[in-house]
Design a protein around this ligand. Structure first.
Ligand code: HEC
Length: 150
């Protein structure tokens, strides 16, 4: 392992430790046996998928679509069941709409990038209400590329 990889790995571990949503949990960092809830696991998968979609867009794969795994948001068990309020379900519906309009956007680059960023807005708006810890990590997903300058 090169030093650079070691440092990146360390930063990654530090970062993921800090951003995990700790709402409703007691001292998660001290508990090595902490298991992610279904919803938290889904969220991690959604982050990974959107990261991959961003990379595809950067690489010019403009017809990329989302898998639809986010629909499990309606049934996945959260760490804290008191999160499952009407506001949560409305924001989840809002996210679904944004994800669909991204996937149905065809392959015109400018539209695709605009709708991709709107999907990330959908993540952030729910997190502003329910779990603000991961917001900086979610914001890394924005694609700030100016399509006209390509
Ligand atoms: C409808 C609300 C909602 C939407 C939309 C949403 N999230 Fe979440 N997210 C949550 C809640 C609630 C939690 C806490 C889950 C738990 O602890 O069980 C969470 C947790 C997370 C976590 C922390 C997981 C962990 O344990 O480390 C990440 C990262 C995350 N979300 C990323 C995203 C991304 C990326 C998107 C968009 C692609 C997104 N979220 C969309 C509500 C939402």
């Amino acid at each position: 392992m090169t030093l650079k990889i070691k440092i990146s790995l360390l930063l990654f571990l530090l970062f993921t430790g800090i951003v995990a949503c700790t709402k409703g949990k007691k001292d998660v960092s001290a508990n090595a046996m902490y298991e992610r809830s279904e919803l938290a696991t889904l969220m991690v998968d959604m982050w990974d998928e959107n990261k991959k979609v961003k990379e595809d867009l950067v690489n010019g794969l403009d017809s990329v679509v989302l898998s639809g795994q986010h629909e499990k948001m309606f049934t996945a068990k959260p760490t804290d069941s008191s999160d499952l309020t009407p506001v949560f379900y409305n924001l989840a519906k809002g996210y679904n709409t944004l994800a669909d309009s991204f996937s149905n956007a065809g392959s015109e680059r400018e539209i695709k990038i605009k709708r991709y960023n709107a999907v990330i807005d959908g993540c952030v708006s729910c997190h502003e209400n329910f779990c603000s810890g991961p917001i900086p990590k979610i914001k890394q997903l924005y694609l700030r590329e100016k399509p006209s300058s390509l």
